[in-house]
Write a protein that binds this ligand. Structure first.
Ligand SMILES: [Zn+2]
Length: 51
């Protein structure tokens, strides 16, 4: 299900602002980050760990 969604949305402008990945995208508080980048950035911007 997730995989299909990724394929369908591929080509859209939306993607991780950091690496452009569209997989596992997290949109929270205006951020567009994939899970991986979010985990790396979260501590720096004061976010608690994303689990
Ligand atoms: Zn990313």
């Amino acid at each position: 299900m997730t995989e299909e969604r990724v394929k369908k949305t591929f080509g859209r402008k939306e993607g991780c602002h950091r690496c452009g990945r569209k997989r596992g995208l997290i949109r929270r508080n205006g951020m567009h980050l994939c899970r991986q980048c979010f985990r790396e950035i979260a501590p720096q911007i004061g976010f608690k760990k994303y689990s």
